[in-house]
Each structure stands twice: as structure tokens, then as C-alpha cells.
Design a binder for this molecule. Sequence first.
Ligand SMILES: [Zn+2]
Length: 339
Amino acid sequence: MKDKLNAILEKAREQVAQSADLNALNDIRVQILGKKGELTEVLKSMKDVAAEDRPKIGQMVNDTRAEIEGILEAAKSKMEAAVRDAKLKSEVIDVTLPADRNRIGHRHPNQIALEELERIFIGMGYEVVEGPEVEKDYYNFEALNIPADHPAKDEQDTFYVNGDILLRTQTSGAQVHEMEKGRLPIRMISPGRVFRADEVDATHSPSFHQVEGLVIDKGITFADLKGTLEHAAKELFGADTRVKFRPHHFPFTEPSAEMDVSCFKCGGKGCRFCKGEGWIEILGCGMVHPHVLEMSKIDPREYTGFAFGFGLERIALLKYEIDDMRLLYENDDRFLRQF
Ligand SMILES: [Zn+2]
């Protein structure tokens, strides 16, 4: 019996010495110590051993088993260490190589245009005031002199939450809130997201941004409006920019106008960019309607004011010569990184 056990032990030693990898070691373990392994077979043959010899032989089998396990374990540790070393050598980091650039996000063209507008108007003493995106019908329409039967109130143009609550279609509501506070004079711009039930195309989106402005003080005239907006246009599009006011109609201003700027691509001669016009429409504006002042408890005989509204996307599209508004909302990093 002892010879048999020694033979198994020697064979194990030899096989382990010759095994090339962890799989081979495992095969040896199964072959000798496994359920049908050679050593296990020896244990099973114990029943043929005389009862008085069993403890002694059992001890010998166990010792042999322990020795083989020790040999396997030692070989395994050695192999694992070798694998680890090889891995460390193959995965060496060359610290002199340039690092992968950590890509951070980029300011959105809308945001760049907004910060530009804010810089210009804060420079003229304006405050930046934000209002709620979910607004009462009164602040979005009625207080701005837009009566119930006005086409702008059509449910097809406006997202109503219920009969009285809606998603604001313009940021002017913030101006009404400010007027109601009764702290005069007012010099403010109100930037923000607005919502209209438009289909998405190259120039429309159900959600876009406005930057509206309001000035109310004693003795404000149309000359103040013109001077302010001309200055803003020159800051935005360059010192050579000229402005032109065309009569228009808005319910909340009287008189009202739309302002064009001379094309900053061709200087006004006419080109593809301005569709041969030489001028580009940029904003709506006008003197605040006396009725709008009255509704917010401001005496129109004492105070006058002007208001204007930029479309933020329009400024971004023009400034960065983007021809499709949808690109602004896709948030494709490759597109945004250009600006
Ligand atoms: Zn042009």
C-alpha cells in the first residue's frame, strides 16, 4: 500500500513539474484527487484492508493527499505570479506619452448669444429678471392688452394646461410681474424659454427662447428706444451696423415697429445671406401701450416706456450662420464644438 501511495505521489510531482498552465494543474487535481481519482480509488479499496490496519493506512492516504495538495498549491501560486508579472510587463504605462484629453462639454450657441445680450444690456444698467414658464392666462395675454378673442390666444397656437393656466408663449409675463411690484423706474430684460404649438421645421420649434426688454421711467420716448436698440445692434453685429425701423402692430405697444439691421455679411449691398435685401429682421419693439401700464397700476400720464423682444435662436442662427434651427436642439457635441 505504501508503495502504491508513493507511486501516486511521485507521478503527481512529475506531472506538476511538466504542466504548463493552470488548466493542466486542475486536470492533475481531478485525475488524482477527484471523485474518480487515483487516490480516491485507494481510499475506496480500504474495505479490503484488515480492520486493525485501517487507521494507519487511512493516515498514510491522508498524508499523501495533503502532500499532493501542497504541491499543486505551490505550483499554482508560482504560475499565478508568473502570469501577473507577464501582465505587468505587457501593460506597462509610458508616462511620457501625451494623455487622453478629457473632453468637457461646450457652451451652447444659444447660451453664448444670451450671455452676449446680457452683457450688452447689463452694461446699460439693465437687470436680468426671469419669470415662470407655466403662467396664468392673465399674465401671458390679458395684462399685455391681448383680449380673449385675439388670434394669438387660439388653442392651436398655445399649450393650455387648463382654461386659466398655460405654457407661456412669450416672456412678457415676467415684465408684468415686475411692473406690478410698483418699483419704478424699470430697466430689465427677461430671457427664457417659451412654448408655441408649432410644428418642427428649419425655422420653427414648439419650444424656443426669447429675450424681452422693458424700460419704464419718466420722460422715456421713442428716441430712447431707437438709441438703445441701435447701440445693442452695433455691439452684437459690429460697429458698422445700421438699423432701420418699420411700422408694425403689436397689441402691447403703440406705436410698434420691427427693427432690421444692415446685413453684416455684405454690409447692406445684398447677398445670399440677406436674400438680396441688404437688411435682416431682428426684433419687434414699441412704446408700451398706456393701457398695459394702467393695468399694472402705473400712471401713463406720469410714466412712459418702451419694450422689445429678441428671438434668442434667431440671434444665434444669424451670428453663427447656422441654417437649420433644429441643429440647436440636437445637442450633437460635434456640432456644438464649432462655436
Ligand atoms: Zn447681405
